[in-house]
Design a protein around this ligand. Structure first.
Ligand SMILES: NC(=O)c1ccc[n+]([C@@H]2O[C@H](COP(=O)([O-])OP(=O)(O)OC[C@H]3O[C@@H](n4cnc5c(N)ncnc54)[C@H](O)[C@@H]3O)[C@@H](O)[C@H]2O)c1
Length: 277
């Protein structure tokens, strides 16, 4: 039957950072394919609102939630235990949580984003969430997938900045001196490149246990950024625009289902063609 391999009925998918802009889209994609979805996020209030929004559109009995901090092994283990008590263990893990520091071109100087002044505390925090968090969740949920013989899928959400460097001219603010110009922070590039390394490592770690791992690298999503920024970025993209938040859904459905059963260790870049220029 057409699209049968995309069906995720009887599968459980856990998403980290699920209450954010793209987390909710990943959840929609997986719910549409028939999965039971476990929304996890550090922010209880956002999680509640995400659950409400998704519950209005999908069968709410297929939506579970848990506050989970991906930087804390105890938090991850307790969600894993909670799910096991309900007879569930994730077949799909979407490592999506990140601290994505948006460069606020229209809202003043963000000079601490610059490498010269970047605070070590921000480095540690952002790496802990975006990279260590993906490792810790893979350790807990990936191990469970490998151990019971049923296997599973890990999807790491990277970024187009996993395959090229930020173009810092995008963030340039007229009137500021060179060393006051805001930039995309170094952590973002390091985390996203690191996630591709983690993806390859996991892809060859449990293949005999039926655990596959791939990465999805989205380009910038339009989310009411300033006009000047949108114009500058769009001019670097062959399709001439930023992505709509829902344009990654079908890739998530593909990568998390048997439709991609022979894909392992790859980084799927969906960026309107920016990376091929
Ligand atoms: N939005 C984009 O344009 C874009 C482009 C490329 C890649 N991405 C990637 O997609 C993913 C989602 O991005 P987004 O735009 O939805 O970001 P977002 O900021 O809207 O969502 C991120 C979520 O992660 C949660 N989070 C933060 N710290 C956490 C922690 N310690 N434990 C658990 N959850 C935590 C936040 O509460 C938030 O809900 C990120 O990995 C991001 O780097 C986004």
């Amino acid at each position: 039957m057409a699209f049968e391999k995309f069906y995720l009925t009887e599968k459980t998918a856990l998403i980290t950072g699920a209450a954010g802009l793209l987390g909710k889209e990943h959840a929609s994609a997986l719910l549409e394919s028939g999965a039971t979805v476990v929304l996890t996020d550090i922010c209880a209030a956002s999680l509640q609102s995400a659950t409400q929004q998704l519950g209005d559109r999908y069968n709410s009995s297929c939506i579970l939630t848990a506050v989970m901090d991906v930087t804390q092994p105890s938090s991850i283990v307790s969600v894993s235990r909670l799910l096991s008590e309900k007879g569930l263990r994730p077949d799909i893990l979407v490592n999506n949580a990140a601290i994505d520091p948006k460069v606020k071109l229209d809202q003043g100087i963000v000079e601490t984003s610059r490498l010269e002044y970047f605070p070590i505390q921000q480095w540690d925090l952002q790496i802990a969430v975006g990279l260590t968090g993906a490792f810790l969740c893979s350790q807990v949920f990936g191990t469970a997938m490998a151990q019971d013989g049923k296997g599973g899928v890990i999807l790491n959400i990277a970024s187009d900045l996993s395959v090229f460097a930020p173009d810092q001219r995008l963030y340039n603010k007229p009137g500021l001196s060179d060393n006051s110009q805001p930039v995309k922070p170094v952590t973002y590039s390091v985390i996203k490149a690191g996630l591709i390394g983690l993806t390859r490592y996991l892809a060859t770690y449990w293949p005999d246990k039926g655990v596959r791992c791939n990465a999805l690298s989205p380009g910038g999503v339009y989310n009411e950024q300033g006009e000047e920024f949108v114009h500058r970025l769009s001019s670097l993209i062959p399709l001439g625009r930023m992505a709509d938040k829902n344009e990654y859904r079908s890739a998530v459905q593909f990568l998390c289902s048997d439709a991609s059963s022979y894909m392992n260790g790859q980084n799927i870049v969906i960026d309107g063609g920016r990376s091929v220029l």
